[in-house]
Write a protein that binds this ligand. Structure first.
Ligand code: NAP
Ligand code: MG
Length: 376
């Protein structure tokens, strides 16, 4: 069978637990039969991070800088409990995502995968809403203080970080051909939020022409106005938020759209590198059931979409349209299987009344996608 050739490798970053099992399954069943996959492989499984004193995480991030596109499996961020579970760990290694983010200087964009048989809680939403969260500073790095009669707070942000955030948002809007909204509270916070607004406006000058060409729009509005508009909107845009707003609003948006297992995530750096992943973690509880010999019904959709995001981007960058088309085909096939009622256990309770889903395990689900993919 003809397999699609690639020219530049994708930086493939493997991870932990149940998502590591799904990773291999997705590659074996949905990618390798169709694509002559070229990848530069980094094993960020916790044991290997420990063996390399976490150097492998730094190497993986630098490889994304070199090649431009990475795909990452969920990884364990060790905490006290994990130190007991993995006694060989010599250190409580930092979150790989935090390490990669700091090396790439990126902004994280999260978008739900929407299907017809699961209706968002907000009736007007027809298309996904992508949240772009500035993940630096503000209240997350604040100093707090209490005196006899008051409480005090000092917070900061770096102008360079705000500028990177703005650039990443404009790049992503162009890349995904969607409108960009940015909201803050500059009427009250005239200097602090005022600076965010001004930097976005300044940066927009550089992107204005490309926005016009694509027929997309950028606008700034107050956070309270944004919230009111979002709830009345049809969706289909990017909502750039300051750190705290993004923290709160991304949980609101993801739960209103359905499930964390259907949420994609991509880290975009201001100089145009892309790292795709699922928004969920390693699904530890399922992994322990898997180790006991059970076939779990873990949802692989967000991990499949991390791969398709990376493959499509590689196809676009390298001018291999067949690769980009394959990525879209794999996404559409996965959605078709869901839409026809075959799904994992997490989604079944979310479907419309009258819809009769057939709940399968991850192996059966991926097999169903693979079969459909051949006949697409
Ligand atoms: P989690 O892995 O996202 O899982 C939490 C629960 O959400 C699961 O137990 C499961 O619920 C449900 N769930 C999440 N993804 C699912 C999927 N694909 N299919 C079906 N159900 C899904 O979060 P966690 O348990 O808090 O974290 C586990 C590990 O992941 C931690 O070590 C953490 O450090 C790591 N983590 C990594 C990343 C990352 O690499 N980006 C992000 C977050 C967490 P039920 O058990 O009720 O079925
Ligand atoms: Mg939150």
């Amino acid at each position: 069978m003809h397999r699609i050739a690639m020219s530049v490798p994708i930086v493939e970053i493997n991870g932990d637990e149940m998502t590591r099992i799904l990773w291999q399954l997705i590659k074996d069943e949905l990618l390798l039969p169709f694509v002559d996959l070229k990848s530069e492989y980094y094993d960020l499984g916790l044991e290997h991070r420990n063996e390399t004193k976490d150097q492998v995480t730094v190497d993986a991030a630098n490889a994304i800088k070199k090649h431009g596109v990475g795909v990452k499996c969920a990884t364990i961020t060790p905490n006290k409990q994990r130190m007991d579970e993995y006694p060989q760990l010599t250190e409580m290694w930092k979150s790989p995502n935090a390490t990669i983010r700091s090396i790439l200087d990126g902004t994280v964009f999260r978008a739900p995968i929407v299907i017809n048989c699961i209706k968002p809680t907000v009736r007007t939403w027809e298309k996904p809403i992508t949240i772009a969260r500035h993940a630096y500073g503000d209240v997350y790095m604040a100093t707090e203080h209490k005196t006899d009669d008051a409480v005090w707070l000092t917070q900061h942000n770096n102008l360079a970080s705000i500028r990177s955030f703005a650039k990443a948002c404009f790049e992503y809007a162009i890349e995904s051909k969607q409108d960009l909204w940015f909201s803050a509270k500059d009427t009250i916070s005239k200097i602090y939020d005022g600076e965010f607004k001004a930097i976005f406006e300044e940066e927009y000058e550089t992107y204005k022409d490309r926005f016009k060409e694509l027929g997309i729009e950028y606008f700034y509005t107050l956070i309270d106005d944004a919230v009111a508009r979002v709830v009345r909107s049809k969706g289909g845009f990017i909502w750039a938020c300051k750190n705290y707003d993004g923290d709160v609003m991304s949980d609101m948006v993801s739960s209103a759209f359905g499930s964390l297992a259907m949420m994609t995530s991509v880290l975009v750096s201001p100089d145009g590198n892309f790292a795709y992943e699922a928004a969920h973690g390693t699904v530890t509880r399922h992994y322990y059931r898997y180790l006991e010999g059970q076939k779990t019904s873990t949802n692989p959709i967000a991990t499949i979409f991390a791969w398709t995001g990376a493959l499509r981007k590689r196809g676009e960058l390298d001018g291999i349209s067949e690769l980009a088309e394959f990525a879209t085909k794999l996404e559409n096939t996965s959605l078709k299987v869901l839409q026809e009622g075959t799904m994992t256990a997490d989604l079944a309770p979310l479907t419309d009344s009258g819809f009769n889903p057939r709940v399968v395990d991850s192996w059966e689900f991926i097999e169903a996608i693979g079969k459909n993919l051949q006949h697409f």
